[in-house]
Design a protein around this ligand. Structure first.
Ligand SMILES: [Zn+2]
Length: 212
C-alpha cells in the first residue's frame, strides 16, 4: 500500500498536468481550473479516510478540511461578503474535519467499499449532480469536476495496487486486488447498491456539452 506522501506527490503531479491540459484546451476560467485541481487532489487522498486513527488519516482529515475551506472561498467569493465568506469557509472546514470524516472513518472498514471502482464512479457522479444542481455549474464543467474526482480517486486505487506488486522479485503481496475491488461476494448488497446508484446517476446526468 502506498503511503500518504506517495499519494500526495503522485496525485498533485497528475492533477497539475490534467489541470494544465484542461485549461489550455477548454474554455474555463483560472478559478475553475483551481477548483478542478482541488477536487482532483482531494479525491486522490480521499480513499484512505477509511484507515482510522493512523497519523496519515489525521493528516488527511486536516488537508481535506483546508482544501474544503479554499474551495468554499473560490466558489462563493463573488456572492458573499468577506465576513460571511470567512464564516462559511471556517464552518465547512470544521464540519469536514470534526464531523464528516471521523464519521466516515468510524463506519468504514479499511480497504472495504472505499477502495473500490464503483465508489470512485459514485463520487464522480455525486460531484456532477451537486455541481450542476446545487452550485449552478454549467453541465460541461460539472462533468469535468466529475472526471477529476473519479480520476483522482482511481489513480489512488491504482497506486495502492501497484504498491502491492513487488517488482524486483516479481511477486505479489497478499493485499493485491484489495485496493481496486470491482465486486465482493461478502458485501454483495452494498456493491449492488453502489452500482445501482452509479447507474441512476448516469441515467439522470445532464448532457456533457455546455461550456459556452
Ligand atoms: Zn489507499
Amino acid at each position: 500500500m502506498a503511503n500518504f506522501r506517495t499519494h500526495l506527490t503522485v496525485a498533485a503531479t497528475a492533477d497539475v498536468i490534467a489541470t494544465a491540459v484542461v485549461m489550455q484546451t477548454l474554455p474555463i476560467s483560472p478559478m475553475q481550473g483551481l477548483l478542478l485541481f482541488l477536487l482532483g487532489l482531494q479525491a486522490g487522498l480521499l480513499p484512505d479516510i477509511d484507515s482510522d486513527h493512523s497519523i496519515p488519516a489525521r493528516w488527511l482529515f486536516t488537508m481535506l478540511s483546508i482544501a474544503t475551506a479554499v474551495a468554499v472561498v473560490f466558489q462563493y467569493h463573488a456572492t458573499l461578503a468577506l465576513f460571511d465568506l470567512m464564516l462559511l469557509a471556517l464552518f465547512a472546514a470544521l464540519l469536514v474535519r470534526f464531523a464528516l470524516l471521523p464519521l466516515f472513518a468510524a463506519t468504514t472498514e479499511h480497504r472495504g467499499l472505499f477502495h473500490s471502482l464503483p465508489m470512485a464512479l459514485l463520487l464522480g457522479i455525486i460531484t456532477l449532480h451537486a455541481g450542476f444542481a446545487l452550485l449552478d455549474w454549467q453541465s460541461g464543467f460539472a462533468w469535468l469536476g466529475a472526471v477529476f474526482v473519479s480520476g483522482g480517486y482511481l489513480l489512488h486505487l491504482l497506486l495502492d495496487e501497484l504498491y502491492s506488486v513487488n517488482f524486483i522479485g516479481m511477486s505479489i503481496k497478499g493485499s493485491f486486488g484489495t485496493a481496486l475491488t470491482l465486486f465482493s461476494r461478502e458485501a454483495w448488497f452494498s456493491y449492488t447498491l453502489l452500482y445501482a446508484a452509479v447507474g441512476c446517476g448516469f441515467w439522470l446526468a445532464p448532457p456533457t456539452l455546455g461550456f459556452l
